[in-house]
Structure formats: structure tokens, C-alpha cells
Design a protein around this ligand. Structure first.
Ligand SMILES: Cc1ncc(COP(=O)(O)O)c(C=O)c1O
Length: 401
């Protein structure tokens, strides 16, 4: 029979079961739970922003060619708007037309296109990734054929940045190595370098001739101010450093399922940018030919229409303010239980996540006994919390300590 062992045919019988995704697996278990007190703090629930709804109406009214293929590099209006959003319209690299930008399948796709590009043109490149990080980083760079390493980032004791250890590890990397940096609202720790620390990181990157690959998945989500949150990228750009930046609009525009983002490569000259663009297009062409249209049209409309942009920024600020309020509420609720230890890290950390430092066993116990769901690394999505759940979550944390 075709597929039988030894018959010469390929059989899929030999395929082994892959491990479930750490985050999506949590959601599956949550959905099966019928308890009234079930609480999912692994992710936030996205809302459709008013600015997005309005942009969609405008797109429907205006775009007659709505189902045509986009160019390989994506929507030209989106590409220009997204690089200005990232670096600032007045950035030297933007003005001198030295940034190669391709639309991408959100942040993940942008990282993957960048990794493929690096593996093709700089084979053997070593990639240094913070420990801990968003779990997909290792898979994305590894699947593209690059060698990945960790650099120290979090000080587990203080739940703050282990800055000296981070710099020491970066200094050990060979020249030409890639260093992955979260632009802001580091996932999963919520711990970002200060502006002074960023300046020292830039010095180290320049001295050691490292290539920064920024992951910008939360521009606007850290402080509520999209300009402030771009600080690190803009600092490196001002210093004239070469770099890659992967952008995502999943969180800041709530466009998760539209898969809209971009990859930017800052080049030394316009001429180099043109050559890099041609190579990025070759990567895209062979992977998925050209990107989807709808998310790009939404993001471009919001970024370029002054009224919609202003409305969006107000909505974004409100989301961030609610997260800050939830952080404060969670800290107070835990402190009110008399839980031992210092819980100030909850309000010190930035972005939608708080890294509690709870062990995998403690997380499992919260799930079993309190129907509270989070990934085993103890990361709580503050965006997934509501006022009525704070006491329940606080009591559960108190009991597992
Ligand atoms: C640090 C980081 N990078 C990239 C992404 C990619 O998300 P997306 O592919 O939806 O843009 C995420 C999503 O959670 C993230 O946290």
C-alpha cells in the first residue's frame, strides 16, 4: 500500500506530534473550563478601535481596485507612512531616502523576512536574543538558518534590568553579530532600559560593531505616546548606525488578525537602499509573493489622515491608561492580602504584561485551584484584567506563594 514502511512512498505516519504553543495552548484550556470564576490573563481582548472602523468605511468608499494584488514590497503609501511613524518624518535616514521598507505579515513576518535576508547575505551570522524574550524569536531566527544565543536581560531577584550583565554579554559577541532589542514594553518582562542605558547600549553596539535588529511590537503601548516610545530606534538612527526594525500594528491599532507590519533596513546610502530593496523583494516573492491589502490600507489611512490619526492616538492613550490603572489595582489588591515581598515591580514594569516571577508549579496551581490561566513563565497580561477579577487573582497569588 502506498505509504507503507519500505514501499518507497512517503508516509505521514512517521510525523511526530509537535508541542502545543505556550500561549495558544493556555487559551484552549481556558475555553474548555466551565467554571464561573475562570479568568484568562494570558492575553488581552482586542477591541476594534473607532479610528479603524472609520478608516474601513473610507477604504470601502474610495478604493475601486480593492482586490488587486499589491506590489511585492506592499502598499507604497503604507510603506512611506510606516517608516515615518517609526523613525520620525524628519529623521536623516528618511529624508535621505536610505531606509528600505517592505510591508510584512505583521511583526512576526517582518522578523522572518529580515532573518531570511540576513541568512542569505550574511550567512553564519550569530543572533543574540534577550533572556527572557517573546518565545517566537528563537524559532523565527533559528528556522531561517541563523544561530541563536541568549544575552542576560532580567535580574530575577529585583525583577529589573540586569544592565551590567547585558552589556557584558553583548561585548562578548563577535563583530557583525545581530542583537535583537525590544524597542519598548519588553515582552514578557515589561522592563525597559532607561534613556541613559539606551545611550550606553548604543555605544556598546557601535564599539563592538554589532548589528541591531529592533522589534517594535508596542509603539505607543509603553507610555501612550507613540513618539516617546520610538526613542531607542531614533537614538540609534541619529547616531548613524545600520539597523533593522520590525514593526507591528497588532497591538497599537488592534489589527491582530489583519497581519500588518513592516520591515525597515537602515542603509548607509540611497544606492545601498535600492539594492537592499531588490533583495528584500526577492525574499518576499519566494515566500508569499505579495502581502495582503486590507490591513495596509487601514494603517495607511489612519497614519496619513490627520483627523483619524488624532482620534486613534486618543484611543490608544485610553487603552494605555486603563492598563496603568489595572497595574495599580492589581498591586493594591495583592498588597491588601498581606502577601509578603515587594510588589512595586507591577507598577514599575511597562506595557501590557507583568512578569510576576511565579514558578511553573505556582502557575499550574493557580490554574487547577483558581481557574486562572496564564503561560507557565508567570506572565500576566494586565490588558486581560478587569476590576471585578482583581481580588480573585490577588487571592490566588497570595495562596500559591
Ligand atoms: C515582542 C514581540 N514581537 C513581535 C510580536 C509579533 O506579533 P505580530 O506578528 O502579531 O505582529 C509580538 C506579539 O506578541 C511580540 O510580543
Amino acid at each position: 500500500m502506498a505509504g507503507e514502511k519500505g514501499s518507497g512512498f512517503v508516509s505521514f505516519e512517521s510525523v511526530v506530534m509537535g508541542p502545543p504553543d505556550a500561549i495558544l495552548g493556555v487559551k484552549t484550556r481556558f475555553l474548555k473550563d466551565t467554571s464561573e470564576q475562570r479568568t484568562n490573563v494570558s492575553v488581552g481582548k482586542p477591541v476594534v478601535l473607532e479610528a479603524v472602523k472609520k478608516a474601513e468605511r473610507l477604504i470601502l468608499e474610495n478604493d475601486a481596485r480593492i482586490k488587486e494584488y499589491l506590489p511585492i514590497a506592499g502598499d507604497p503609501e503604507f510603506r512611506q507612512a510606516t517608516k515615518e511613524f517609526c523613525f520620525g518624518a524628519d529623521a536623516k535616514a528618511v529624508k535621505e531616502d536610505r531606509v528600505a521598507t517592505v510591508q510584512a505579515l505583521s511583526g512576526t513576518g517582518a522578523l522572518r523576512v529580515g532573518a531570511e535576508f540576513l541568512n542569505t547575505h550574511f550567512p553564519g551570522t550569530q543572533v543574540y536574543i534577550p533572556d527572557p524574550t517573546w518565545g517566537n524569536h528563537f524559532k523565527i531566527f533559528g528556522n531561517a538558518g541563523l544561530q541563536t544565543h541568549k544575552y542576560r536581560y532580567l535580574d530575577v531577584k529585583t525583577r529589573g534590568l540586569d544592565f551590567e550583565a547585558m552589556l557584558a554579554d553583548l561585548r562578548k559577541a563577535a563583530p557583525g553579530s545581530v542583537v535583537v532589542l525590544h524597542v519598548c514594553a519588553h515582552n514578557p518582562t515589561g522592563v525597559d532600559p532607561t534613556t541613559e542605558q539606551w545611550a550606553k547600549i548604543a555605544d556598546t553596539v557601535a564599539d563592538c560593531k554589532l548589528l541591531p535588529f529592533f522589534d517594535s511590537a508596542y509603539q505607543g503601548f509603553a507610555t501612550g505616546d507613540v513618539e516617546k516610545d520610538a526613542f531607542a530606534v531614533r537614538l540609534f538612527e541619529e547616531r548613524g548606525l545600520p539597523m533593522l526594525v520590525a514593526q507591528s500594528y497588532s497591538k497599537n491599532m488592534g489589527l491582530y488578525g489583519e497581519r500588518i507590519g513592516a520591515l525597515n533596513v537602515v542603509c548607509p546610502s540611497k544606492d545601498a537602499m535600492t539594492r537592499v530593496m531588490s533583495q528584500l523583494e526577492l525574499v518576499v516573492r519566494a515566500m508569499y509573493s505579495n502581502p495582503p491589502r486590507h490591513g495596509a490600507a487601514i494603517a495607511a489611512t489612519i497614519l496619513t489622515n490627520p483627523e483619524l490619526r488624532a482620534e486613534w492616538l486618543v484611543e490608544l492613550k485610553a487603552i494605555v491608561d486603563r492598563i496603568l490603572q489595572m497595574r495599580k489595582g492589581l498591586r493594591e489588591a495583592i498588597e491588601a492580602t498581606g502577601a509578603p515581598g515587594d510588589w512595586s515591580f507591577i507598577t514599575n514594569q511597562i506595557g501590557m504584561f507583568t512578569f510576576t516571577g511565579l514558578s511553573a508549579e505556582q502557575v499550574a496551581s493557580m490554574e487547577k485551584n483558581y481557574n486562572i490561566y496564564m503561560p507557565s513563565n508567570g506572565r500576566i497580561s494586565v490588558a486581560g484584567l478587569t476590576d471585578d477579577k482583581l481580588d480573585h487573582v490577588a487571592a490566588a497569588i497570595r495562596s500559591v506563594l
